[in-house]
Ligand binder design. Structure first.
Ligand code: GDP
Ligand code: MG
Length: 183
């Protein structure tokens, strides 16, 4: 049995897609063992996206650079730098603003291979290239071009833990042991 953290981000709540997305998880057989609607505060979001996870931010910075390269655009023109670490730090601030923009629905889902299963259902980080049939592919169209040129995070409806280790770090940030149910 494995647990994963899912956060339905503010755009999901704004679009009225909570039911649609939760239904998908239920139909697959993922068990909802914790759930709450909350407005995330700065401290929580800071811990969810820790500044000291350098490899994460350099990775996001490099992915952003790849996106610019694919578009044949110079990141220095719009972002003022082409250093992956600097860009990663910039995206981190956008991401924190995104998660605090409105209420989010946080939940813990349980199933064998829950982490992998939910990532598969969520689809690619970039909605524009997420496959049809995935949550991001079916209900969003945002792209890195749109997001970066507006200096905001890519709006892709949900967060889902990327690995078992990430899930084990993230779940206690959002839920106390008492809020996680056994049934
Ligand atoms: P995820 O695990 O699929 O959500 O993707 P990551 O962990 O790599 O990135 C975290 C979040 O940062 C994503 O869900 C997006 O909202 C945002 N993001 C990732 N890459 C970029 C980017 O290149 N530009 C912008 N503006 N946002 C990004
Ligand atoms: Mg991630």
């Amino acid at each position: 049995m494995e647990r994963t953290l899912v956060i339905l981000k503010p755009d999901t709540i704004e679009k009225g897609l909570i039911g649609e997305i939760v239904t998908r998880f239920e139909k697959v057989g993922l068990k909802i063992v914790a759930v709450k609607l909350l407005t995330a505060h700065k401290e929580l979001v800071e811990r969810h996206y820790p500044a000291d996870r350098e490899e994460l931010w350099v990775g996001i910075g490099n992915k952003t650079l790849d996106n610019y390269r694919d578009l044949d655009m110079n990141p220095k023109d719009s972002l003022g730098t082409n250093d992956p670490k600097e860009i990663g730090k910039m995206v981190r601030v956008w991401l924190m603003d995104y998660l605090m923009k409105g209420p989010v629905l946080a939940m813990v889902l349980e199933a064998p291979h829950a982490v992998e299963l939910v990532r598969k259902m969520a689809g690619h980080t970039l909605p524009l290239i997420a496959a049809p049939g995935t949550i991001r592919g079916d209900y969003a169209y945002d792209s890195s071009y749109l997001a970066n040129s507006n200096k905001r995070a890519i709006e892709n409806l949900l967060h889902a833990s990327g690995t078992k280790e990430e899930a084990e770090y993230e779940i206690p940030l959002w839920f106390t042991a008492k809020e996680i149910h056994k049934y």
